[in-house]
Design a protein around this ligand. Structure first.
Ligand code: ZN
Length: 111
């Protein structure tokens, strides 16, 4: 098994540490490993103004599209599902070498 680069995975609940959404918690919907960024549900909402355009003989209506923009992974912290605090993540290995993420606050296994 290869060493995961980040300790945050899709489906984790994280808390935002910086910016406009500081303190907001949400679920990680995507991890962009190459960019070192994550997309968190409801965080860093952006509006994109889309112009109407022609696609063949159809007109695609423009409008305002809302989406969650990616934020840098260092700007979020994992929220422990056991104790509910944001925490740094440790790694514990079983005797058979299986890695588990561990909450540094309460010591519980996260997975
Ligand atoms: Zn904990």
């Amino acid at each position: 098994m290869t060493q995961p680069k980040y300790k945050i995975k899709k489906g984790d609940i994280v808390e935002v540490l910086t910016g406009r959404d500081r303190g907001t918690r949400g679920e990680v919907v995507r991890v962009l490993t190459k960019q070192g960024r994550v997309v968190v549900e409801g965080v860093n909402r952006r509006k994109r103004h889309q112009k109407s355009y022609q696609a063949g003989n159809r007109t695609i209506q423009g409008g305002i599209i809302e989406f969650n923009a990616p934020i840098h992974i260092s700007n979020v912290m994992l929220v422990c599902p056991k104790c509910g605090q944001r925490t740094r993540v440790g790694i514990r290995r079983d005797e058979d070498g299986t890695r588990h993420r561990v909450c540094r606050k309460c010591g519980a296994d996260i997975d």
